[in-house]
Design a protein around this ligand. Structure first.
Ligand SMILES: Cc1cc2nc3c(=O)[nH]c(=O)nc-3n(C[C@H](O)[C@H](O)[C@H](O)COP(=O)(O)OP(=O)(O)OC[C@H]3O[C@@H](n4cnc5c(N)ncnc54)[C@H](O)[C@@H]3O)c2cc1C
Length: 395
């Protein structure tokens, strides 16, 4: 079937992670026509590498005060849980909720500070102490001397979430190879059109607005458009993966002496049904990034032997995954407080800065765009993308 020579939509979305897909679902539900162009399997990049924690801000609040970050995140658990129930514009009813809360546990030297903070008025209702008889399997030992707190922050399986988001906009999503079957035409820092050529078929795609939601790919597109502001920053991570038969579920934030949690652990099942702990937090940040894979694994083994000596990880498979977070450039090199969306001409430049903040980003994009042709369907002479794999299922 040949495609028409021209196609036009309200919003073209360049990207294929949570930002592009969540926003596309919201725009579509509002009556807009959208076209999503991704250059890789959906979610590959940061979204499928995420731990899936739907932060409500408590991790940032643990530093001792409720920050801008914690306020921006406060509504996100409610928004995601509504989507998981099928309420609202995004339907995640078939996505998997891995845990409805996280455990906050402390290293021995900080027990009193944590207990004081969680008893304070600032966090009342957002967290509570866990009674000893309700301790999860990981802490079913006399050896743990700290307290455990429950944080009302769910953990979602990123793979099933991306799959379900993709399902909602499958007819609006295409796989592109820039320079091969598509070209971006630009003039005066604006996108004029997208030229598509595939075999004998060709087509010109235009839109009222073009949303750059390509994560780390936004940087190169901004360069192509000669847009000087905003700019992009990357913050690398070096995550640890510990895989062992019989690992108990562990969804937790560890509190140490420093503001950043030493380790944040989520539990996932790989494509062969094997449980694994996926470890981020401070261990995966600057010093962790400097370490080689072997050094990071050695460091991780020492830390886990020190933190949870009663858990036998001697027969576990250890490996690591490197991935960059991509965000707008901030003066300090820190993560901006909320989701980011800024207009430059007909281009909207967006980074959610957190998986959790995808709903907030979609709200911002919705405010910047509108429907002019009522969900009109288009056909493009391009293939469809597949959904990508989690880091532990990459070859
Ligand atoms: C290790 C790690 C753990 C994390 N854990 C959490 C967590 O637990 N909770 C949380 O809230 N946040 C977490 N985050 C942050 C979260 O993953 C990101 O903020 C979010 O996934 C970013 O989504 P995105 O769609 O902007 O980018 P991405 O997921 O990177 O998607 C961008 C997509 O655009 C595509 N693309 C790139 N260039 C182009 C182009 N030129 N044309 C077309 N397509 C293009 C890419 O192929 C990619 O699929 C984590 C991040 C990392 C790295």
């Amino acid at each position: 079937m040949t495609a028409p020579d021209t196609a036009s939509v309200d919003t073209v979305i360049i990207g294929g992670g949570v930002a592009a897909l969540w926003t596309a679902n919201v725009l579509k539900a509002s009556g807009q026509s959208v076209a999503i162009l991704t250059n890789s399997p959906l979610g590959e990049g940061q979204s499928l590498a995420a731990q899936g924690v739907i932060h409500g801000g408590m991790k940032y609040a643990v530093a001792g005060k409720l920050t801008d970050s914690s306020e921006a995140l406060a509504d996100m658990p409610t928004r995601w849980l509504a989507a998981l129930r099928g309420e609202g514009p995004v339907d995640l009813t078939e996505a998997e909720l891995l845990a409805d809360h996280q455990i906050l546990w402390s290293l021995p030297n900080v027990v009193s500070r944590v207990a004081g903070f969680f008893g304070s008025k600032a966090v009342r209702g957002r967290s509570g102490r866990i009674a000893k008889e309700d301790y999860p399997a990981v802490f079913d030992t006399e050896a743990y001397r700290g307290s455990l707190f429950r944080i009302e922050e769910p953990v979602v399986d990123p793979v099933s979430a991306i799959r379900e988001l993709a399902r909602g906009v499958s007819e609006e999503t295409w796989l592109v190879e820039w320079g091969e079957n598509v070209e971006l035409e630009t003039a005066d820092n604006r996108i004029s059109r997208i030229r598509i050529r595939n075999g004998d078929d060709s087509c010109s795609l235009t839109a009222t607005n073009y949303l750059l939601a390509a994560g780390a790919g936004n940087g190169a597109i901004l360069d192509q458009l000669s847009i000087d502001s905003p700019r992009m920053q990357r913050r690398p991570l070096h995550q640890l993966i510990i895989r062992r038969a019989g690992l108990p579920p562990f969804f937790s934030v560890c509190v140490g002496a420093t503001p950043k949690p030493p380790v944040v652990v989520t539990t996932h099942i790989d494509s062969q049904g094997r449980p694994l702990w996926y470890v981020g937090g401070d261990i995966a940040e600057q010093a962790g990034v400097e370490r080689s894979e072997a050094e990071q694994i050695e460091f991780g083994k020492k830390r886990f032997a020190e933190y949870l000596p009663w858990i036998d990880l001697s027969n576990a498979d250890w490996f690591t995954h490197r991935v960059d977070r991509a965000e707008p450039l901030t003066g300090t090199g820190d993560r901006p407080a909320g989701a980011f969306c800024e207009r430059a001409g007909n281009v909207l430049i967006a980074w959610p800065t957190k998986l959790a903040l995808a709903p907030e980003l979609a709200d911002q994009v919705l405010r910047e765009t509108s429907s002019s042709n009522g969900n009109a369907k288009i056909r493009l002479p391009l293939p469809r993308p597949t959904v990508g794999n989690a880091p532990w299922d990459l070859d």
